[in-house]
Design a protein around this ligand. Structure first.
Ligand code: FAD
Length: 472
């Protein structure tokens, strides 16, 4: 066997790729994980993540029926039922498998969706702090396990195209150390993390203004897997949606205000307005929906969240890493005034427009009837709070993009599908490269780490059973 011949080549060394690589090596395959990052702590969303494994904000070890309900509630039925089934059935096993590899978890808070946080936890402060935290530790551990089981992690190796022979995926071409290299493999798993880091793909699918999105993660997902697989005939789910959060607009110039605190809870209780003081979206659909809405709006860098003292001291303190007081500590912009005209002046918002919006909004809050508001304001998920108690606040917003939710269509075994619904033999995908699990019109989120770990395992196991079958 040539040194570049493998049973399985995995593209990407995030959680999806490392889980797939280790599991496949454990099952006896000769595995290479190709990772374009060159440092042992190469950046990826998995390493930078908060590290909580949950299914749609529910403990993955809850009964399957509870998980199904949570996925349905969050995605409103967008998730492909076959993929949902794998997710709810396999998430607890994925946690147990990670623990068997030596992964450590702690309970991160009172809410049960925080029961499985990779240890040690990140501090509860604003800013980016991943070094030595749970996800970083876990990825290093998986790299070590891969090595122990005979697999290899090839850093500074960027997959560029698939090798297709008679419609079957038989390996890939990659750039390694400046040279082009061919890796022969019985199967390939694409786990390169989405396309949020590619401005052109963002422009095509998400917003005409990709430069106005704040990258809220490592931005290493540049759509390579998507492009390679499409060339091989792969189908995709809708690509117009991303997982992200509302951030203080200073995130473009102040690294202390991202990826936390998120401003979702505040915006879901108050109003989001443009420079004219007009509401621009349904705040009641939550922060991920609003981040998508702002990204698609005609002026993504002109939205502000407006709220009052009650919201600041209530929902403002409710997040794990709360805007109150973390945003001020991180020197993020918070306009504050005792009266609305002064607030509008400070925030660069039209005072008359804002006063009119607030009059309508507060009247609706008083009646408990929001039907007359335009844009509509739903109240089932996040109850609108009146903005009437001084001091009043405004924070300039931007949409933070973490990963793209749309991607390659896969089946329950993680096999990449063509438009006709047939699997492309030898080609798998896992993690943020895949679609059909989260997203949809309401940007429903099911948990990126669970999706990565579950489908990493699934793809590795299916590939192993097929490859071992072929070898027999
Ligand atoms: C700040 C933050 C907080 C988060 N918190 C949570 C949380 O608490 N819970 C949760 O469930 N999710 C969370 N997420 C989301 C979660 O991190 C991701 O959904 C998940 O880690 C995706 O894993 P992945 O393996 O698919 O992608 P990634 O971790 O992004 O890995 C993809 C890898 O592929 C590599 N790559 C890309 N292209 C190529 C190529 N052509 N060749 C070779 N390598 C390539 C990249 O360099 C990268 O290392 C968070 C994300 C961020 C940024």
């Amino acid at each position: 066997m040539d040194e570049n011949d493998f049973d399985l080549a995995v593209v990407g060394g995030g959680l999806a790729g490392m889980v797939a690589g280790v599991r496949a090596a454990e099952l006896g395959l000769r595995v290479a994980v190709l990772e374009k990052g060159s440092e042992p702590s190469y950046p990826c969303n998995s390493r930078w993540s908060g590290g909580i494994i949950h299914i749609a904000y529910t403990d993955p070890k809850e009964p399957e029926e509870a998980l199904r309900r949570a996925v349905l509630y969050n995605t409103r039925g967008f998730t492909d039922p076959a993929l949902e089934e794998v997710l709810v059935r396999e998430a607890a096993r994925a946690i147990d498998w990670l623990a068997l590899q030596g992964g450590r978890f702690i309970r991160a808070g009172k809410a049960s969706w925080q029961n499985w946080m990779m240890a040690p936890p990140r501090p509860l402060t604003a800013g980016l702090d991943w070094r030595g935290r749970g996800p970083d530790v876990l990825l290093r551990l998986l790299a070590e396990r891969l090595r122990q089981k005979g697999g290899s992690l090839r850093l500074a190796t960027r997959a560029r195209s698939l090798v297709m022979k008679g419609g079957v995926c038989a390996g890939l071409e990659a750039e390694e150390g400046g040279a082009s290299r061919r890796f022969e493999a019985h199967a390939v798993i694409l786990a390169d993390g989405g396309f949020q880091g590619d401005p052109e793909l963002l422009r095509r699918h998400i917003t005409p203004f990709p430069q106005m999105l704040k990258q809220r993660g490592a931005a290493t997902g540049t759509g390579d897997g998507l492009s390679m697989a499409r060339e091989a005939g792969a189908a995709t789910s809708p690509l117009d949606c991303f997982y992200g959060h509302l951030l203080c607009r200073d995130a473009f110039s102040n690294d202390r205000v991202w990826p936390y605190p998120e401003l979702d809870a505040i915006a879901s209780a108050g109003i989001v307005v443009d420079r004219g003081g007009r509401r621009i979206l349904d705040e009641g659909e939550g922060g991920i929906f609003m981040a998508n809405g702002i990204a698609r709006s005609p002026a993504p860098l002109e939205a502000s969240v407006v709220f009052d003292a009650q919201i600041w001291d209530g929902p403002g303190r409710s997040a794990r890493i709360p805007a109150n007081p973390e945003l001020a500590r991180a020197a993020g912009t918070i306009h504050r005034a005792l009266a609305i005209p002064e607030l509008a002046r400070l925030a660069g918002i039209d005072g008359e427009g804002l006063a009119l919006t607030l009059a309508l909004y507060n009247a609706a809050c008083e009646k408990g009837d929001f039907a007359a508001l335009a844009p509509s304001r739903s109240s089932e998920r996040y109850w609108p709070m009146p903005i009437a108690t001084p001091p009043f606040f405004a924070i300039p917003l931007c949409a933070g993009i973490t990963y793209t939710m749309g991607g390659l269509k896969i089946d329950a075994a993680g096999r990449v599908l063509r438009e006709d619904g047939q699997a492309i033999p030898g080609l798998y995908a896992a993690g943020s490269t895949t679609g059909g699990i989260d997203g949809g019109p309401y940007a429903g989120y099911v948990g990126g780490l669970a999706k990565a770990a579950v489908f990493g395992l699934r793809a590795a196991e299916d590939a192993a059973s097929k490859i071992r079958g072929e070898k027999r």
